[in-house]
Design a protein around this ligand. Structure first.
Ligand SMILES: [Cu+2]
Length: 263
C-alpha cells in the first residue's frame, strides 16, 4: 500500500486511524458509563441481587476489571515512556548504548506478574468456594436435577415423590421453574458430551459432564423469566441449546409441582 499512497496520503490515513480509535474508545467509555447509571439495580449490564450469587460474582468481576485496567495503564506508560522520552535527538548519529543482564529489572518483571496472578487466584478461589458451596440433598429445601442432552435440557423435580421430568427440544425450549427466595440444590449431569449450564442474569455457570455429577446451589431472588444457555460448544446444534428460567412465588411453585404430579 505504501507504494501506491503518497506520503501526504499516508499521513492523512494515519491521522484518520488515530481519530477513529480515540472516538471509538470515548464512545465505548460513555456507553459503559450510561448503562451503569441508568438503572439503580443494574451494574454494567448485570442485575444486582438477581440471585444469591450475583453480589459475590459481581465484586469479583469488577475487581478483575479494575486490576486489568491498572495493569493495562501501567504497561501502556512503560511502552510509551521510551517511545516519547528516549527518541533520537536531531543530529545524533551515535549508536545507542547496549545493556544486558539488568538483575533488578529481571527480578521485577518476574515478581510483579507472579504477584498479579497470586492476587487474582486468591480472590477467585475464595469467591468460588463460597459460590459452589452446597448443602446435603436431605437438608436442601428443593432439589432439581438438570441433565444436558444434545441439544436440549431435562429438568427433574425431585421435590415431588414421582420426580416428574420436563424434556425440551431445540424447537420447544424447556422452562426451569424455581421458587423465589428459596434455595434450590441442583444436580448437574450429561447424557452425552460436555455441556455448560449457564444463567447469565444470575452470573452463574457450571459444566455438566458425562459420567460425573456436579452440584450447585443458589437462590433466585426476583420474580421473572430469564434466558439460560449452554456455554460449551457441544456440537452441531449447540446454539439452539436454550432454556428459560421462570422464577415464581413459592405458592405458584407448589402449584406447578402439583400440576406436574397430576400430569
Ligand atoms: Cu450443550
Amino acid at each position: 500500500m505504501a507504494d501506491i499512497l503518497t506520503p501526504m496520503q499516508l499521513k492523512a490515513l494515519k491521522r484518520a486511524a488515530i481519530s477513529a480509535t480515540v472516538a471509538s474508545s470515548v464512545l465505548l467509555l460513555l456507553s459503559s458509563c450510561s448503562s451503569s447509571s441508568n438503572t439503580s439495580d443494574s451494574s454494567y449490564g448485570f442485575s444486582k441481587n438477581a440471585s444469591s450469587v450475583n453480589d459475590t460474582s459481581h465484586s469479583l468481576w469488577n475487581g478483575a476489571w479494575i486490576a486489568a485496567g491498572v495493569v493495562g495503564v501501567f504497561t501502556a506508560i512503560l511502552i510509551m515512556w521510551p517511545v516519547f522520552r528516549h527518541r533520537r535527538k536531531k543530529g545524533d548519529t551515535s549508536f545507542p548504548k547496549q545493556t544486558r543482564y539488568n538483575v533488578p529489572s529481571e527480578i521485577a518483571y518476574t515478581l510483579i506478574p507472579f504477584l498479579i496472578v497470586a492476587v487474582l487466584f486468591y480472590f477467585t478461589a475464595k469467591d468460588e468456594s463460597k459460590i459452589t458451596k452446597v448443602q446435603p440433598e436431605t437438608v436442601a429445601a428443593h432439589n432439581i436435577t438438570v441433565n444436558a442432552i444434545q441439544w436440549s435440557w431435562q429438568f427433574t423435580y425431585n421435590d415431588a415423590a414421582v420426580h416428574p421430568t420436563i424434556t425440551g427440544t431445540p424447537e420447544k425450549i424447556p422452562t426451569l421453574v424455581v421458587p423465589q427466595g428459596e434455595s434450590v440444590r441442583y444436580t448437574l449431569t450429561s447424557s452425552d458430551v460436555v455441556h455448560g449450564f449457564w444463567i447469565p442474569a444470575f452470573m452463574i455457570q457450571m459444566q455438566t459432564l458425562p459420567h460425573v455429577t456436579n452440584h450447585l446451589q443458589f437462590t433466585a431472588n426476583k420474580i421473572g423469566t430469564y434466558p439460560g444457555r449452554c456455554n460449551i460448544l457441544c456440537g452441531r446444534n449447540h446454539s439452539q441449546m436454550l432454556f428459560k428460567v421462570k422464577v415464581v412465588s413459592p405458592a405458584d411453585y407448589t402449584t406447578y409441582i402439583n400440576s406436574l404430579k397430576a400430569a
